[in-house]
Design a protein around this ligand. Structure first.
Ligand SMILES: [Zn+2]
Length: 409
């Protein structure tokens, strides 16, 4: 399906199903979304590339080994000191090199009216991110090098299992450990909307204890909602900006989409795929860290040498970056399914389309991004595609008039 076929000048938006809904957004709205994407992309992409370039430089040249030796020396130079200080240096440098790009993204988004937070709050967030990075990376590095010391050749077998378990544990703990670092969450106050949302979950046969509201407005005007956690930590979260801006029926459609994620166990599936991916990455690291030319390029003797840490980090970062488009493709499929669930649960394509329109316009989304960007980076289909899919669903949904069993002739 092409994205370029627009209506003739002056013509009404075509009502035919599956036609890209160019008429759903005004030329000004489309131009604004495109302008934000064009202004933001160099910063966002630049930050990722700078982070990757840094870790590759440190891991594939002796620079990283020199760094580990130097910072380990500040703390006595023992093996443990080199592992911990080396891991901390990688985290700090990695975040530092991306900081100017993050500031660039923030400046662009401020110009488009999407930022409500001052630079002070932004800096505090950066420090929180750094602290979180250290809290995660240091124990992982320590555990990893405990395994490589026990078996410099076969460490990756227990490490792959540990990586899978850690991924599952983080997915479970994410709502308890990570989300509260950045936001406060409160149960949605009692009222008609809360009753409607819990009624929707009941109609769907999904057990939802509560819908939580995140204080996203302290940072942004953007609208969002998501599902996180597993089992006892599972939760549906909506941004307070959504409650303040959208019509109650639109919020219901957003939650119906999130219920689709719950119903299809998307967080669990994502966790299992993530755990398998993590184990696979560790197994590949086991192979690479046994390869003499790579080790000598990195200035390390074997996988048990703390000077191999930057090499392992570089290989892991590269594999992660390469898997990005695959992860995005899986995500887009899952989002299409959740959209369909929202339509089937509510039978309300009109409000679904109104909701998509509101999300896209308020978030200044590029409703028709270039295909290559969609393939590489998009976790969701574009608003245009989501609306077109809703129209297709509406046109093919069995209505009372289309039921042949009710024919009277
Ligand atoms: Zn979703």
């Amino acid at each position: 399906m092409t994205d370029s076929a627009g209506p003739a000048p002056g013509a009404a938006p075509p009502p035919t199903p599956a036609t890209p809904a160019t008429g759903d957004f005004t030329p000004a709205e489309r131009a604004r979304g495109r302008a934000l994407r064009r202004a933001q992309l160099p910063w966002a992409l630049g930050g990722r590339l700078a982070g990757l370039a840094l870790v590759l430089l440190l891991g594939l040249t002796p620079a990283g080994a020199a760094l580990v030796t130097a910072v380990g020396g500040w703390f006595g130079g023992s093996r443990t000191a080199e592992v911990l200080a080396g891991a901390a240096a990688l985290v700090v440098l990695g975040q530092a090199v991306q900081l100017p790009f993050g500031a660039g993204v923030r400046t662009v988004r401020t110009r488009f009216g999407l930022v409500t937070q001052g630079w002070g709050g932004w800096a505090v967030d950066a420090l929180r991110g750094l602290a979180l990075g250290l809290v995660l990376a240091l124990p992982v590095a320590l555990g990893l090098f405990a395994l490589t010391a026990r078996s410099p050749r076969y460490w990756w077998i227990p490490a792959a299992g540990a990586a899978a378990l850690l991924t599952a544990a983080l997915s479970f703990l994410y709502p308890l450990l990570v989300e509260p670092v950045f936001n406060r969450f409160s149960p949605m106050p009692p009222g008609p909307l809360r009753t409607a949302l819990l009624g929707l979950a009941e109609q769907d046969g999904v057990r939802v204890r509560d819908v939580l509201v995140a204080d996203a407005s302290r940072r942004t005007t953007a609208l969002n909602a998501y599902v996180s956690g597993l089992g006892a930590t599972r939760r549906i979260v909506v941004y307070d900006t959504l409650l303040a801006t959208a019509e109650p029926r639109e919020v219901e459609l957003v939650v119906a989409h999130e219920l689709g994620h719950v119903k299809h166990r998307d967080v669990l599936t994502g966790t299992v795929l993530g755990a398998m991916g993590a184990a696979f990455v560790v197994a590949v690291l086991g192979l690479l860290a046994d390869w003499e030319p790579l080790l000598s390029a990195a200035g390390a003797t074997d996988a048990a040498d703390p000077r191999a840490l930057p090499l392992l980090a570089a290989c892991a970062a590269l594999l992660g970056a390469l898997s990005g488009p695959v992860q995005c493709a899986v995500s887009r499929k899952v989002e299409v399914r959740a959209d369909r669930h929202a339509l089937e649960l509510t039978s309300d394509a009109e409000q679904f389309i109104a909701m998509q329109r509101r999300l896209a316009v308020t978030n200044v989304s590029d409703v028709d991004p270039p295909r290559v960007l969609g393939l590489l980076f998009a976790t969701h289909p574009s608003a245009t595609r989501r609306i077109a899919a809703a129209r297709t669903w509406q046109a093919s949904a069995p209505g009372p008039a289309a039921d042949p069993g009710k024919s009277v002739v």
